[in-house]
Write a protein that binds this ligand. Structure first.
Ligand code: 5GP
Ligand code: MN
Length: 324
């Protein structure tokens, strides 16, 4: 495990930096990439810094620097230093992998226990609830400002379910308090980026809840949206956020799984657990990754095949706690 360095030290005279996140960027990914971008602009203004990310929800557009993010991956781009936030393996970089491969130096800042050590230098803390929280520890407190704080706070609330997951610690709350002290509009950030749903998201949630079925004596719940249903709902991958968390709230459920068909025959699976099942193991088994209580992977085949494969493993895991 690498001793945590300050970002300032990692930059050390560097003149060109590229910041990358993971495919289908979530709140922690966008928050950490933009928090880091704003920090570098401040402490190393001489460095030419670019952020490359796939398109993300427009609710994150209020964060400073969001309008500077490049969504077209420049395949010719070269840089001295590439810093990757919140991504556990090279595959997760999507088209960013080409830029990563050409960088002089690569650094991964991450909190996924499934991190493969794919970068030259890895700053991994799997016990920390979000990459944003980890990033805070790597910043000089004296450089903190309202804009950087808003980015980090956004990531922290997304990866802790607004501070309710087991991963949140006293230190998480302490850091959140310091970020609040910068004068961020925290109520707005929580409402607009976490709880608010647009009409499509609300309909997709409704359909997914209707499609859900219970397994393993009610300890496992699974729902699937087929490509046809996704199309009928006019929903996209950005409209599926929050569904798997909602499913987990059903009484007595230990594991929730939500799958949607991105293109025919390819399903994105999200899993969440409450107490004793480590869903990252199942995700890793199918080539994905994540955390003990939140993980995901992509599965290929027909709806029946993929759900069959996934549920077989999850059912066993759910029934393995010794309870009758
Ligand atoms: P979600 O279910 O919200 O997409 O992801 C939950 C967690 O699992 C996140 O930390 C995310 O980074 C990770 N994750 C989701 N899908 C994949 C995947 O296909 N591969 C890997 N390595 N991690 C994933
Ligand atoms: Mn994260």
């Amino acid at each position: 495990m690498n001793r945590l360095k300050k970002i300032d030290e990692i930059l050390a005279g560097c003149r060109s930096v590229v910041i990358l996140g993971h495919v289908h960027p979530d709140g922690d990914c966008v928050g950490s990439c933009l928090g880091l971008y704003n920090y570098i602009q401040k402490v190393a203004p001489q460095a030419e810094t670019d952020v490359y990310l796939e398109p993300f929800q427009k609710e994150f557009a209020f964060l400073k620097g969001a309008d500077q993010v490049r969504h077209e991956f420049d395949t010719e781009k070269t840089c001295e230093l590439c810093i990757v936030c919140d991504a556990s393996d090279r595959e997760r970089l999507g088209k960013g992998a080409e830029i990563f491969d050409r960088a002089g130096r690569t650094v991964s800042i991450d909190h996924h226990k499934t991190n493969t050590g794919f970068a030259g230098q890895t700053f991994l803390r799997a016990e920390i609830s979000s990459t944003c929280e980890l990033l805070y520890e790597m910043m000089e407190e004296t450089q903190m400002d309202r804009e950087i704080a808003a980015c980090l706070y956004t990531g922290m609330i997304h990866d802790t379910g607004v501070f309710k997951y087991q991963s949140a610690t006293a230190r998480t709350m302490e850091i959140a308090g310091k970020l609040m002290a910068e004068g961020i509009p925290f109520t707005d950030i929580i409402d607009r980026t976490f709880y608010q749903k647009n009409y499509r998201q609300s309909k997709a949630m409704g359909q997914a809840l209707l499609n859900s079925r219970l397994y393993a004596k009610g300890r496992l719940i699974c729902s699937v949206l087929t490509a046809e249903e996704v199309e009928r709902l006019q929903a996209g991958s950005m409209d599926m956020e929050g569904i798997v968390e909602q499913l987990r709230l059903v009484e007595d459920v230990e594991v929730s799984a939500f799958l949607y068909e991105k293109v025919p025959g390819e399903f994105k699976a999200s899993m969440r657990s409450r107490e004793y099942v480590d869903v990252s193991e199942t995700a890793a088994f199918f080539g994905g990754g994540g955390h003990a209580r939140a993980a995901g992977c992509t599965l290929r085949g027909s709806k029946e095949e993929v759900t069959g494969r996934l549920l077989e493993r999850l059912e066993k895991e759910c029934l393995q706690d010794g309870r009758a």
